[in-house]
Design a protein around this ligand. Structure first.
Ligand SMILES: *Cc1c(COP(=O)(O)O)cnc(C)c1O
Length: 497
């Protein structure tokens, strides 16, 4: 299977090359040339107790230039003891609605590990195949969770350096500590005076700065991305929608072939795009529910067909979804337009020049047939946490709670009682302050570690070791830069003048 660009002029390339490049030279995103037919029941009985084996099965038809041994080795080591759950991505069936697909049992307590534990291994096989003598420099813009997950995934990976930009004052204290304490001889992180969109725009500018890229190439550095614009990030995410569906069937909640709703709390449109790809490969999904926080640009897009980033940016209690430019939407637009690169180019130009674009009525109809968009504000998010904890004994983080709340709204609005999978994207411990406030606790004046202990006492669950240890780790990466000088910070990290 080859990969083609959503902007139409970059040549089709095999998967390994697409993972090395990250973004196409025409500024488009790589997408599979077609969707393989996988269907509702891909797994044989003996595979069912192994997440790595199931992941290989889903990845194989997409990653055709990898050998079976490469895929097996990559999945086996990515999803091993570094995940604290033996099922890797367990499905929790609550009393009542919904079934919760827990994607946060990896080393950083957020769902990004599902992709970022695997992607470095895929990249390493890809670099071996190239046999080229350069070092890959992974640049990441993060709203909080990707940064740590990428640092953790790529730390001490051979032939790779990684540099992360995060919004100064725009991530939770736990997220900041996770990044600035990261060990590894090839890692760095820098705060940007701006929000996530500024950081993401800055990274994109570095990628398209041809003089800078020539200079780096002369020094045998080759830039790439670990953001979800990289296909190596998205492919691993397709797998868990199939395993979640399969586990729901194994639990007797549906029969294989029955439709389900999938609800995903989203910001950059990455995780829900993976669910859409699963649907295109034959997973029986009747609606995809796109859940946003107060930064509800996607809700309005799905309801009106107008994507308008000219709006106030809110810092919310679900910071990993505080995003106004959802990069991966470009991949969906490509499909909705019938794979017309010209239309995608036009919309993306309008977005960058005038700040908004409108899709045509046919595209909108297609979009609304499958997608439902909704949002939850702070009150609704905290109420969802409280309700699920009191009524179902289940504690969710703020991002998952946005999904939970929007799913409820969807059910009230439509009366649709189809069984639902809710993607749970972070451990409640990671966003402890808002979670405690939801439960009516006063958090003022308490530090992160006191809050972790308090949450542990309420839930009777131990503080995840990786979070508890942050208290005693030295801060190694203290850099802060202006949003105009991200390239300068990168050069400094690479020790280039
Ligand atoms: C990144 C993240 C999201 C949003 O994921 P997208 O791929 O950007 O849609 C949601 N929740 C958490 C906890 C995250 O880290």
């Amino acid at each position: 299977m080859d990969y083609i660009s959503t902007r139409g002029s970059a040549p089709a390339i095999p998967c390994k090359k697409a993972i090395i490049k990250g973004i196409a030279e025409d500024d488009g995103l790589y997408v599979p040339s077609h969707f393989p037919s996988i269907g509702p029941a891909p797994f044989e009985a003996p595979e069912r107790n192994s997440y790595p084996r199931r992941a290989v099965k889903i990845l194989k038809p997409f990653l055709t230039d990898y050998t079976g041994e490469e895929l097996s080795a990559a999945c086996r080591t990515a999803y091993a003891e570094n995940f604290e759950s033996p099922q890797t991505a367990p499905l929790r069936i609550l009393g009542g609605d919904p079934a919760v697909l827990e994607l946060w049992h990896g080393p950083t307590q957020a769902f990004k590990d599902m992709a970022l534990q695997l992607m470095p291994r895929l990249l390493s096989f890809a670099l071996k195949a190239e046999g080229e003598k350069y070092e890959v420099v992974i640049l990441v813009a993060t709203s909080g969770d990707t940064g740590k997950a990428a640092l953790e995934g790529f730390a001490d990976a051979e032939g790779v350096r990684i540099f992360v930009f995060y919004p100064h004052g725009g991530v939770s204290e736990i997220q900041r500590l996770q990044m600035v304490t990261q060990r590894g001889k090839n890692v760095g992180a820098c705060a940007v005076k701006g929000n996530f969109d500024d950081a993401q725009t800055g990274v994109k500018q570095i990628f398209s700065d041809s003089a800078l890229n020539r200079k780096l190439a002369g020094l045998h550095f080759h830039l790439s991305s670990a953001n979800s614009i990289n296909w190596g990030r998205l492919a691993p995410q397709v797998a868990y929608y199939f395993t979640g569906y399969d586990d729901l069937a194994a639990a007797g909640k549906i029969r294989r072939g029955d439709p389900v709703l999938i609800c995903v709390p989203t910001g950059n449109f990455g995780n829900i795009l993976a669910a859409y790809y699963a649907f295109r490969c034959g997973l029986p999904v009747s609606r995809l529910i796109c859940a946003s926080n107060r930064n509800r640009v996607l809700t309005e897009f799905i309801r009106t067909g107008v994507y308008d980033r000219r709006r106030e940016f809110f810092k919310t209690e679900s910071p990993s979804m505080d995003i106004l430019i959802s990069s991966n939407l470009e991949r969906l637009l490509f499909e909705l337009s019938g794979r017309k690169a010209d239309a995608v180019i036009q919309w993306m130009k309008e977005l960058s020049i005038q700040g908004w674009y409108k899709i045509d009525p046919r595209g909108l109809e297609e979009l609304q047939k499958l997608f439902y968009g909704g949002f939850a504000d702070r009150e609704e998010t905290l109420a969802a946490i409280r309700q699920a904890f009191r009524k179902q004994g289940y504690l969710m983080d703020t991002h998952t709670a946005v999904g939970y709340s929007v799913l409820q709204k969807y059910r009230e609005e439509t009366g649709d009682g189809t069984p639902a999978l809710l993607a749970s994207t972070a451990s409640p411990f990671k966003f402890n302050q808002a979670v405690l406030e939801a439960l009516g606790r006063d958090t003022s004046g308490k530090d992160e570690f006191a809050l972790l202990e308090e949450l542990s006492a309420i839930t009777g669950r131990p503080v995840p070791a990786k979070l508890a240890e942050l208290k005693s780790l030295p801060e190694l990466h203290g850099g802060v830069c202006e949003k105009e000088d991200m390239a300068g910070a990168l050069l400094q990290f690479l020790k280039i003048s």
